[in-house]
Design a protein around this ligand. Structure first.
Ligand SMILES: *Cc1c(COP(=O)(O)O)cnc(C)c1O
Length: 347
């Protein structure tokens, strides 16, 4: 059996989730008649301590609507240069929101207050448009699913509050960050004006996301959702899966983190070139440059050996992501297969 560790997006709905979907109470959500969707939006508002939430097909759409609501044409958004909202959404920040993107070089995706203070423009002048939004990604995807340290997050939120700057949190993996810190999701989004959640990553849903936040910031979100073709009818099929995931798949994210650490340790013990990031959650990285093969070659060898890795941010990096579809036994086996395939090749 192939062990697919390419991403936590590879998760398939479990029997329990499928029966939640089968039993969903459905209606037309464009008329606010879909029970599951309304219930999910209410649950998220309560859970995050925010007064607005709108269900969307994807976290990409949630990020883009957050920009469209909070940034006027030409205004600036500050985020880490490798953030998903800048790099992996088809240029939507520019194309859809008309934002000027200001990508900042960071260590592990963390925007430091000293760095931000230097570049924020609080007022539009003839030459420079103001900064309208700061975007935080937690956990930070491309730096290794790293959870923001709480003190630095608090410092950034305090700074933003002082200068009256709204903060968007791309919390596609917010529940991973919450599990890492053993904090409530509400604590992690305190002071945010908007928050993206993704249900189709480690939470195991087939699709679905939420844009939550302050209603005074996001009042145009329903119009933008309609404009982007994101207004659905019987969205309860997806919302029921998300409600099931909130009940059953949040607490178990800690298991994914433990499996990721187990995989790192097994590989490192065998001398494999594991790349460790501080505060990593569910991603595992290998840098195969020292083995004298390319990332692509390594991935092909591994797939042949029955374990699928994906490509990391640079050419020689490989990524593995334990998720609810793999057990700890699978992880042990994946480690053995990885070691055997890469050792055989490099010797
Ligand atoms: C996956 C991801 C998204 C986009 O999620 P989709 O639901 O696939 O559109 C946005 N931000 C981050 C950090 C992600 O990892």
């Amino acid at each position: 059996m192939i062990i697919d560790l390419r991403s936590d997006t590879k998760t398939l709905p479990t029997q329990g989730m499928l029966s939640a979907i089968a039993n969903a109470r459905l209606g037309d959500d464009q008329e606010h008649e879909d029970f599951e969707t309304t219930a999910l939006q209410d649950e998220i508002k309560r859970m995050l301590g925010l007064d607005f939430a709108i269900f969307l097909p994807s976290a990409t759409m949630a990020n883009q609507i957050a920009l469209m609501c909070q940034v006027s044409r030409g205004e600036e958004v500050i985020a880490d240069e490798f953030s998903h909202i800048f790099r992996y959404e088809g240029g939507g920040a520019a194309y859809l929101a008309g934002a000027t993107t200001r990508g900042v070089t960071t260590v592990d995706g963390v925007l430091e207050v000293d760095q931000i203070r230097e570049i924020v423009t609080t007022q539009t002048s003839e030459h420079i448009r103001r900064t309208a939004l700061i975007s935080v990604e937690n956990t930070h995807n491309t730096s290794g699913s790293t959870a923001w340290p709480m003190d630095r997050l608090d410092a950034l939120m305090a700074y933003a509050r002082d200068v009256g700057m709204p903060v968007h949190i791309d919390g596609s993996r917010l529940f991973n960050a919450a599990a890492f810190h053993q904090e409530s999701p509400a604590r992690l989004v305190q002071g945010a004006s908007s928050v993206t959640l993704c249900f189709s990553k480690g939470l195991g849903c087939p699709a679905g996301a939420m844009l939550a936040g302050r209603s005074d910031q996001l009042h145009e979100a329903p119009v933008f959702r309609q404009m982007m073709g994101g207004s659905l009818r019987q969205s309860g099929i997806l919302a029921a899966a998300a409600r099931y995931a909130l009940q059953h798949n949040v607490d178990r994210l800690a298991d994914d983190h433990a499996n990721a650490e187990l995989l790192r340790n097994r590989l490192a013990d065998a001398g494999m070139p594991v790349v460790r990031h501080p505060r990593s959650t569910n991603f595992v990285f290998l840098d195969v440059a020292s083995l004298g093969i390319s990332g692509e070659q390594a991935r092909a060898l591994l797939a042949e050996a029955g374990v699928k890795w994906s490509a990391g941010r640079s050419a020689s990096l490989l990524r593995a992501v334990p998720h609810l579809g793999v057990t700890t036994d699978d992880i042990v086996l994946a480690a053995q297969r990885t070691i055997a395939a890469l050792q055989a090749d490099s010797s």
